[in-house]
Write a protein of this length. Structure first.
Length: 429
């Protein structure tokens, strides 16, 4: 383990040159981390392409679903978690949201936070407003920030295995077959995390974009939409910043091609970038998780490199094993049936789970149309005690091939005591 003095954040306001040089000093695991050089966290529904979500326990309670946000400087926790304990809260530094508005904030110290096989002791966390991070029909109790995803470590995720991971510099080995992106750090304020900028070509036009691994969608300042020939469409979604302030989006703009250092992606959607905390011309927008969807990703904060490896198929049994589930097939622990007739063209779906899968559970089902065209996947949400679900699907599913893609103990909110079938939202064209 290499040790160095971590004073960059303290010194930057006064001695920027010294701070920049000290920030290049790599260290091992942060204080309070459990022993080891590699830690793994299970992800909830990672193949669906959304934000990275993982279960967390605090002081032995939970698990609570948290979002992973590499732009959040501090881990933030819902009051429903903190108020169920004897935590002593105190008023501290006000937090700044993306609309450049500060918010009074309470803080406390957590003595035992567990995410996967990582345990962190004595971690300072901020308190959010109740339900601030709830999105996409999910109860999300907090955000894991850069105090856990520390600068001294390498962070990565594999959507097919369903895991995110942290590793020390000494243990990390760069993938041999990876495409490598080099980003540059740019500080916009005297304190705080730098922006991680790459020069991208959006429909052939050069822009400076920040790499954002905490949000699914990419962002671009609307003043650039016409100049880079984006095509706006009506689309509704809700974005949440690291403080927990929500912003409703009603339009997306579609880029036919985005290229970054040789990595090419087609049909990338951009929402309006409206982060008012930064100097206006510092950067033009962000590249979100959607850009990186075809890849396994590793980010070395110390060397400012991002390693992109093409995703590979993983056996279903290996994916389900992260929760301790048995291998599921349509003749195994989950059975699927789809029937339709000339008199009833809308197919009737039945999903039955085996007794081996107890408690609340979500089963993710992939669907392929009769012509081989992929159809929107759906989630079968079983409340505890419910073992059979029935639903009527749209006629496009008539004759479709169904197969289990994933499962998790974290279903979306379902108000029906008999369970729910939730069709995945279509991705922008």
């Amino acid at each position: 383990m290499v040790l160095c003095l971590q004073v960059a954040d303290l010194m930057r306001p006064l001695l920027p040159a010294i701070a920049l040089s000290l920030s290049a000093c790599a260290i091992g695991a942060p204080p309070g981390f459990s022993p080891g050089d590699t830690w793994t966290m299970s992800l909830v529904e990672p193949q669906q392409g959304g934000r990275l979500l993982t279960p967390v326990t605090i002081e032995g309670r939970g698990p609570y679903l948290f979002a992973i946000d590499t732009d959040a400087p501090i881990t933030t926790v819902d009051p429903d978690v903190l108020h169920n304990t004897d935590f002593r809260l105190w008023m501290g530094e006000r937090r700044l949201d993306e609309q450049d508005t500060t918010h009074p904030t309470f803080y406390t110290r957590v003595t035992h936070l567990k995410a996967g096989d990582l345990t962190v002791s004595l971690l300072l966390v901020a308190e959010a407003e109740a339900h601030a991070f709830d999105t996409d029909g999910r109860r999300i109790y907090g955000v894991l920030g850069r105090d856990v995803l520390a600068d001294s470590l390498v962070f990565g995720f594999d959507r097919d295995k369903g895991i995110a991971w942290l590793q020390t510099q000494e243990a990390f080995k760069a993938p041999l077959n990876a495409q490598v992106l080099d980003y540059r750090k740019v500080w916009d304020q005297p304190v705080g995390d730098p922006k991680k900028l790459v020069q991208a070509k959006v429909n052939g036009h050069e822009l400076d974009l920040h790499l954002d691994f905490g949000e699914a969608v990419s962002l671009l300042q609307p003043r650039h939409w016409t100049g880079v020939e984006l095509h706006p469409i009506d689309w509704h979604l809700i974005l949440v910043d690291a403080v927990g302030i929500k912003r409703e989006i009603e339009k997306l703009a579609i880029a036919q091609q985005v290229e970054v250092q040789g990595v090419m992606r087609d049909h990338i959607a951009f929402a309006a970038h409206d982060d008012r905390r930064y100097f206006y011309n510092l950067f033009d927008g962000t590249l979100g998780l959607d850009f990186f969807r075809p890849f396994d990703v590793a980010i070395n904060w110390h060397t400012t490199k991002v390693y992109l490896t093409p995703r590979h198929d993983v056996p279903l049994a290996e994916r389900l094993a992260r929760w301790g589930y048995p291998a599921c097939t349509d003749v195994g622990c989950v059975q699927l049936s789809l029937t339709s007739t000339a008199d009833h063209p809308k197919p009737a779906l039945r999903v039955v789970r085996d007794k081996a899968l107890q408690g609340d559970i979500a089963v993710i089902v992939k669907a392929t149309g009769s012509t081989g065209t992929p159809l929107p996947a759906f989630e079968a949400s079983f409340p505890a005690g419910v073992d059979e679900l029935d639903a009527e699907l749209d006629t496009q599913y008539a004759g479709a091939k169904l197969e289990i893609a994933d499962a998790s103990p974290f279903p979306r909110k379902c108000d029906n005591p008999h369970g729910c079938i939730v069709i995945e939202q279509a991705t922008p064209p």
